[in-house]
Design a protein around this ligand. Sequence first.
Ligand code: UDP
Ligand code: MG
Length: 390
Amino acid sequence: MLYRKDDADKMHLSIVIPTYNEKVNVGKITDKIRSVLAAEDYSYEILFMDDSSDDTPTVLKQLTRQYHEICYIHRNNERGLASAVVEGFNQSKGDYIIVMDADLQHPPELIPLIMKRLTRADIVIPSRFIEGGSDGGLNWLRKLISWTARSIGRLSIKRLRPISDCTSGYFGLKRQVLTAADLNPIGWKILMEVLVKGNYESVHEIPYSFVARDAGQSKMDLREQLNYIKHIARLVVNSPEDCRFFSFCLIGALGVLVNIACFAMLINLFQLNGLIGSLGASLLAMLHNFIWNDKVTWKRCQQPIGWRRLIKLPMFMTICGFGIALTALFAQIFIWQYWNIYLGQLTGIIIATCWTYTANSRWTWPNSVKDNAINHNRLIVTQEYAGKLS
Ligand code: UDP
Ligand code: MG
């Protein structure tokens, strides 16, 4: 149910704040935002999206009586920070929307700058991880978890890669970013959902210091961390370009099994010597990988025509050959340095996988590059430090 004191007011900025048991913080953040925005010439509403099981709704009701720009929606028996924010998007009225936490870890002093930057970028993200920013408000364990989560997200989803703080809970956007975006997030990371599904061309990051919680307790727990993985998996499954890399890796792993099975067959059944057996097994495994990549990984790409069709297999084999050489090179470098050889082989495999994937996208199935470009060519990401744009 929506409690709004003065619906007649025309709002331009909507500040959406998800709350779960934040009775000690909602008053403080309201005062802070009101004083920061007192001198600004745009009108605003603060919309608290509340799932609390404590007295927070009572405090919020009090605030709506006191200030006409405050409103709140209390959801009974529902949890999920990101889904609360999506509901906030739907219920809010502003042409610009800012999402932030209630616990004062996101400094309200940045709101005027976010608004200014929204005049030239579609999405503005205060970032902890660009020059001038810091995540000092977290202990070392939370920093490690946060780094791992961010890295998994950026490795799995291409669209998140250029954004330094893609898991931030503090960001601003123009309402048009949400046009036709079918937002259906799991868990907390609403910004990731917006970055993957939103309709935008430019993102701007500004540095800020994420400070320690003012009062109350963090609600982050293991369940939310598992939800994060589920959320990433769902975003990847629904994105053909991100699925492609996983399919390529899976086929590569299957290829290793095929290689070993063929090797055993060639030396035991066909009585070939070890070297010939090994070469034969590698060729058969490459053929296996080629067929599956052609039928599955790059299935949706427009197939090359004419002579390009004929060179697909030799091109694939040449690129994979370079990959094998790269792996051997890394193993050798580790041997020279007296480092662990298994680590060298693993490093080589990771680098060779990235090389073979990128090179095959570009040369063996070249239309997949064009296909990617539809989404990403026009994305401009900028960052700034102390007022300077990158
Ligand atoms: N929150 C929420 N629903 C939840 C969990 C948290 O609305 O299920 C709110 C919480 O009240 C706070 C923000 O989301 O305003 C961030 O939560 P928290 O500070 O616990 O997360 P952390 O900063 O520790 O990552
Ligand atoms: Mg917090």
